[in-house]
Design a protein around this ligand. Structure first.
Ligand code: DLZ
Length: 158
């Protein structure tokens, strides 16, 4: 998580393994595409920076963040991934949808992580407004997509 003391794009490069033999699945939500597109860009560039081959990074889109659970589950069944990343952006509105979606995705992905053989990295931005989301997809707090890619490489190695 981004804090005053922690930028999402900061990490110790010496702690990251070579990813040239790894295969990654990314599920990305179409809601708030401006945000999720930037998250995806950050994730893919960081995976490639550590050697992942473009043909070993498979991206699938789903309509909204709630569908990230199904998308990630389908990717776990595929069996050919070393790690899976979910990317979404939920922005608080004036309906309870925000809380339901955030909780649903969080529990869904946590449950998959506890039962599947493949680690799933949680790249869901949950913000009060669009500005906070922009700050976290390449803005002043870095890019959650970078962070997810580094976490995916570390968990694939684990
Ligand atoms: C319905 C909804 C709302 C209100 N807000 C968001 C959002 O901010 N971000 C997001 O990714 N998806 C949102 N959705 C759509 C739900 O995630 C889901 O796609 C629909 O409820 C259909 O299952």
């Amino acid at each position: 998580m981004a804090t005053v003391l922690h930028n999402l794009s900061d990490y110790d490069p010496s702690s990251v393994s070579d990813a040239s033999n790894m295969c990654f699945g990314i599920v990305v939500s179409e809601w708030n595409t401006e945000i999720t597109g930037a998250l995806l860009d950050g994730a893919v560039k960081t995976l490639e920076k550590y050697g992942a081959l473009p043909e070993n990074i498979h991206v699938k889109t789903v309509p909204g963040s709630f569908e990230l659970i199904y998308g990630a589950h389908q990717m776990t069944l595929n069996g050919s991934y070393d790690a899976i990343i979910i990317l979404g952006s939920v922005i608080r509105g004036e309906t309870p949808h925000f809380d339901y979606i955030c909780q649903g995705v969080t529990y869904g992905i946590a449950s998959l992580n506890a039962t599947s053989e493949i680690p799933i990295i949680y790249g869901l931005l949950t913000t009060d407004n669009m500005e906070q989301a922009k700050d976290r997809c390449g803005g002043k707090f870095g890019n959650k997509g970078n962070e997810c890619a580094i976490d995916a490489i570390k968990m694939a190695k684990f």
